[in-house]
Design a protein around this ligand. Structure first.
Ligand code: F6R
Length: 599
């Protein structure tokens, strides 16, 4: 939820750390700070974004740590901003996660001086106690960690220590190996302009990093963590001329999709060739799939359920990860639990997966993030290969998640012999055409922008759909509300008349999914109900089939069961332009952050 960065090497560390924090700002942006080690330890921190953080130009320290915060314990104030220090001001700590026993620890640390309301502040004081007892910094950190409960990634510096000590437990940390120093980040974006050579720390790891390399310990023993090369660079993490990351990422969808599909469809044999490690015998034996996910990823799961059920004889249940419960009597040996998560770090999703595993269920992750926590915990992982997604609102990863789930559905059904060859060919053909269908919608952006500017000031927005259109209605409402702060709701179209119709006025546009795969004929009845009450309707229809009952139509290329997925792209553009029209902070919406690592 927060972003951590660290650097030691030949560059001026304040500049490297500030760049790192700017890159990580999507993880949290209510306060920021840096601790620099030179002749003394200097801490610069304040409420607000990293751009507001002023560091004297004379500051030339060659190592330090930084933090950008999304507040949990304590308001976003200067005092609560990280880094936090001990009583002497010699130790500085930045932290991502939650220390659940901090109240007890604070009482145990009775004689120490606390300046913030954060849970983090107990850490430098615990380290101080160990240093006073004679430990060096690494040993002091290791001993302090044994007293912490909760989840954390931390980075620690000390005025007399020529290095950084970093540790992780349930929160991500990555080390970068550069020619001109060593880097630390909550994720690779923190330092990708300097190096693409990375090592992912694992739970329980404590690393010492100096200018020449790293040494990692786990459970007191020295361990090796491999150096891997990430397959994207700083260009992929930049805005590439777009005003916002979200706009860039919406436009990257054709490329993201091509990356997701590449090498995963056997054209000759006409089936998906996914790199699934789960045993065929297990996949043939299952009778239930549970999909667990949050937010946009949950909507991808709902879309997948609609795709799976005609393909396979396996029943599919989709749960919000935070609501997932396994009840007694469930046949855990015949259930596959699929976690869908862009970041691979979402705490609710990790908890759901841990619950599934503790009941003996087999787990699979669909994720964008190589090296993420979930990939270390599941039995198997499939990567969506969408490239970095920086905008807080998920866009390109949604379409890629659905695509990989669709491929997995065809893979499974072929294995189980439940899919007619013609059906597989149709869905695979649609998947292959998806990038160009999305491009057609992107090319029609100006029409969608005009509609957005016409309706931007509306009192509320309602999205309605059936079958494959329903998850898209939910997802489109989520996108609009999170970046524009407008009141937006998604409804199953048939439910409108059971209550929400009372909300419809001339000032509440209703956006209706009237695509193939979305049982459009019945939704048309609901469209008429809305128009009869003066509500303006924007219909998403198949190209060449404009709907006379809708005040406006956006035409979507014919694409069978994936057509509503293409409509979703049009509605991402609609949300973007409404938010832009209202002057919102599109990439960093209020109160939100990407990668939610608290429950
Ligand atoms: C919405 C959004 C969130 C995430 C949710 C799950 O635009 O980004 O709703 O989808 O927090 O995140 P992941 O997929 O990283 O588990």
């Amino acid at each position: 939820m927060c972003g951590i960065t660290g650097y030691i090497g030949e560059h001026t560390s304040s500049a490297v750390l500030k760049t790192g924090l700017q890159n990580l700002e999507y993880r949290g942006y209510d306060s920021a700070g840096i601790a620099l080690v030179g002749d003394e330890l200097q801490v610069y921190k304040q409420q607000g974004t990293i751009d507001g953080l002023s560091i004297p130009t004379t500051e030339t320290a060659t190592h330090g740590i930084g933090h950008t915060r999304w507040s949990t314990h304590g308001e976003p104030t200067d005092e609560n901003a990280h880094p936090h220090t001990d009583c002497s001001g010699d130790v500085a700590v930045v932290h991502n996660g939650i220390i659940s026993n901090y109240d007890d620890l604070k009482q145990e640390l009775g004689g120490h001086l606390f300046e913030s309301e954060t849970d983090t502040e107990v850490i430098p004081h615990l380290i101080e106690e160990e240093l006073t007892a004679g430990a060096d910094l690494r040993a002091a950190v290791m001993r302090a960690l044994t007293r912490l409960e909760g989840s954390f990634a931390i980075a620690v510096t000390h005025v007399e220590y020529d290095g950084i000590v970093a540790a992780r437990q349930d929160s991500p940390l990555v080390i970068g190996h550069g020619d001109e120093g060593m880097y630390l980040g909550s994720d690779v974006t923190a330092f990708v302009e300097y190096t693409q050579q990375v090592s992912y720390l694992e739970d329980g790891d404590v690393a010492h990093i100096d200018a020449t390399g790293m040494t990692v310990f786990n459970d007191g023993e020295r361990v090796t963590r491999s150096v891997q090369t990430v397959d994207w660079d700083a260009t992929a993490a930049g805005k590439a001329g777009h005003d916002h990351y979200m706009h860039k990422e919406i436009h990257e969808q054709p490329t993201a999709l091509r990356q997701a599909i590449s090498g995963r469809i056997d054209e000759l044999a006409g089936h998906a060739t996914l790199e699934v490690d789960l045993r065929d015998a297990f996949l043939e034996s299952i009778d239930e799939i549970h999909i667990v996910a949050c937010g946009t990823s949950y909507h991808a799961g709902l879309y997948a359920k609609e795709l799976f059920e005609p393909l396979t004889d396996v029943s599919v249940r989709v749960d919000l990860a935070s609501e997932y419960r396994v009840h007694d009597g469930h046949d855990t040996q015949r259930t596959l639990v699929i976690a869908v998560t862009q970041s691979g770090e979402t705490a609710d999703t990790l908890t759901a997966i841990r619950q599934a595993k503790s009941c003996g269920m087999t787990t699979l992750a669909i994720t964008n993030t190589v090296g993420s926590t979930i990939t270390r915990e599941v039995d198997d992982a499939l990567f969506i290969k969408a490239g970095p997604e920086i905008g807080v609102a998920a866009t390109k990863t949604f379409v890629s998640q659905v695509t990989i789930l669709a491929l997995f559905g065809t893979y499974l059904s072929r294995l189980r012999g439940t899919l007619a060859a013609g059906d597989a060919a149709d869905l695979l053909a649609n998947i292959r055409q998806l990038p160009s269908a999305v491009q057609i919608v992107l090319d029609a952006e100006s029409q969608i922008q005009r509609l957005a500017s016409q309706y931007a000031d509306s009192e509320a927005f309602f999205f309605i759909g059936r079958a494959l259109g329903y998850p898209v209605a939910l997802e489109s409402a989520l996108k609009l509300k999170e970046i524009s702060y407008a009141h937006a709701e998604g409804f199953a179209a048939g439910e409108l008349k059971h209550g929400p119709l009372a909300l419809v006025t001339e000032d509440t546009p209703v956006i209706a999914l009237l695509n193939s795969g979305a049982i459009a004929d019945q939704t048309r009845t609901n469209v008429k109900e809305v128009e009869a009450r003066g509500g303006p309707v924007v219909g998403l229809t198949t190209t060449g089939q404009p709907d006379s009952f809708c005040r406006h139509t956006i035409e979507i290329p014919e694409l069978g069961r994936l057509e509503p997925l293409v409509s979703n792209v049009a509605l991402q553009l609609f949300a973007y332009h409404v938010a832009n029209e209202l002057g919102r902070s599109i990439d960093k919406p209020r109160n939100l952050a990407k990668s939610v690592t608290v429950e």
